[in-house]
Design a protein around this ligand. Structure first.
Ligand SMILES: Cc1cc2nc3c(=O)[nH]c(=O)nc-3n(C[C@H](O)[C@H](O)[C@H](O)COP(=O)(O)OP(=O)(O)OC[C@H]3O[C@@H](n4cnc5c(N)ncnc54)[C@H](O)[C@@H]3O)c2cc1C
Length: 382
């Protein structure tokens, strides 16, 4: 007997869990399928923390962050606990940065999100932990925040189930159509619509639907450092930060433990998600530790590292859209910076799945030039 659901969600990382939660919350019958065990560490949504921020490079993204803060607030209310820890966000632009500061100041100004520009001395007065090269400018946005990665994803799964969704793990999906999903073991499910949130594995599920999605999967690495004086890196004394250059790095104050987490953005090797290891890269660790040693000398020595995947589109923009020619198949893809938007993507994907909206934005469309033009030159630092 083929079981039938209103919606089947493929992939239960942050995005799929958010979509299952939003659809179940609207009284729909939902089946969520995950190839590995729930909470596994082989994708992109595990570990402790992720950055939520307003500072982005276009007004459209800044507006989307306003939705993200609202959707995290709604999720926190539904979960009955605060999931957002506001610590302030400091974007650091060295002289002649690879990432233009004007994109950020212009976008924030156009949308009306307040920020401050600070020179090296002003940053040093407020946060003496930083040792910055002369001429660096700090863009401080007071609402920069931390959201929980693994626990946040689990919270959305718990809520999805509380609203009646059926979540099945160790259920690898072999193929999808507009009205059915087949597992690798031959089990099939019929449904009114399918939502695919398979991140690094998305391209192979879309190929049979005629979509050749240009995705680059990289194996990133985050590292925890043990400061001698963790109190100096407490959330009330230290903002999250992003080094806006090439290479680009980012980091957090202490969050639930006396360590300082940091990582390089887009520093990992290209991998096949099914043929990659999880060993620590000493090379990536050395590059990061070098940067930390000069910029945050008190952060201490590295104590542990973990690996995690990015699924990068050529323009690093998301995909939140229906599949052209298959209106009952919706796709959500976070392009290596989507966790902060997970509750929002869940809501938008539910709108697409239920027909409450037909498109989200040309910027996140599957048929946009960056995704269909093989000559498009990829750029990932934003
Ligand atoms: C080191 C690192 C730091 C990051 N920092 C930030 C940050 O600070 N802020 C931010 O906003 N974003 C950040 N991101 C990006 C963010 O974490 C991701 O964009 C987001 O987690 C993607 O969620 P997802 O659900 O799409 O992907 P995933 O969590 O990878 O979920 C996809 C799921 O689909 C499952 N799946 C795939 N194929 C199938 C199939 N055929 N059948 C069944 N299941 C399948 C997979 O097993 C997986 O569980 C970071 C990412 C990394 C790696």
């Amino acid at each position: 007997m083929t079981e039938r659901f209103d919606h089947v969600v493929v992939g239960l990382g942050a995005l799929g869990s958010a979509a299952a939660y939003q659809l179940a919350r609207r009284g729909r019958s939902v089946l969520g399928l995950e190839q590995f065990e729930l909470g596994h560490h082989r994708g992109a949504s595990h570990d402790t923390s992720r950055i939520l921020r307003h500072s982005y490079h276009t007004p459209e993204y800044v507006r989307l962050t306003q939705d993200a803060y609202d959707d995290w607030a709604q999720l926190s209310a539904d979960a009955g606990r605060e999931l957002v820890t506001v610590v302030g966000g400091l974007d650091l632009f060295p002289p002649e940065p690879a990432i233009p500061m004007v994109d950020y100041t212009a976008a924030l100004s156009e949308v009306g999100v307040p920020f401050e520009l600070l020179d090296v001395d002003q940053v040093g007065e407020r946060w003496p932990q930083f040792a910055l090269p002369a001429g660096t400018t700090g863009l401080f946005q007071e609402r920069g925040a931390i959201v929980p990665a693994g626990p946040g994803t689990a919270a959305m799964q718990d809520l999805a189930r509380r609203y009646g969704a059926v979540l099945r793990d160790r259920s690898p999906v072999a193929s999808v159509t507009g009205t059915s999903v087949a597992l690798a073991d031959g089990t099939t499910y019929s449904c009114g619509s399918v939502v695919v949130c398979a991140d690094a594995w998305t391209a192979r599920l879309l190929a049979p639907l005629g979509i050749d999605l240009a995705l680059t999967v990289t194996l990133e690495q985050a590292t925890y450092f043990a400061p001698e004086h963790p109190e100096d890196f407490a959330p009330e004394r230290m903002p999250l930060w992003i080094w806006m250059d090439d290479p680009s790095f980012y980091g957090f104050p202490c969050y639930g433990e006396p360590t300082v987490k940091a990582a390089q953005d887009c520093g990992g090797p290209v991998v096949d998600p099914d043929a990659r290891g999880s060993d620590v890269s000493e090379e990536m660790l050395a590059l990061l530790a070098g940067h930390m040693g000069s910029m945050l000398p008190g952060a201490g020595r590295p104590v542990r590292s973990l690996r995690c995947q990015y699924a990068l589109t050529p323009d690093r923009d998301f995909v939140v859209d229906r599949v052209p020619g298959h209106p009952t198949v919706a796709i959500g893809l976070g392009a290596g910076h989507g966790f902060k938007f997970a509750p929002t993507f869940g809501r938008l994907l539910a709108d697409l799945a239920t027909g409450e909206r037909e498109r989200v934005s040309p910027t996140f469309a599957l048929d946009r030039p960056a995704l269909v033009d093989p000559a498009y030159s990829a750029h990932w630092l934003v």
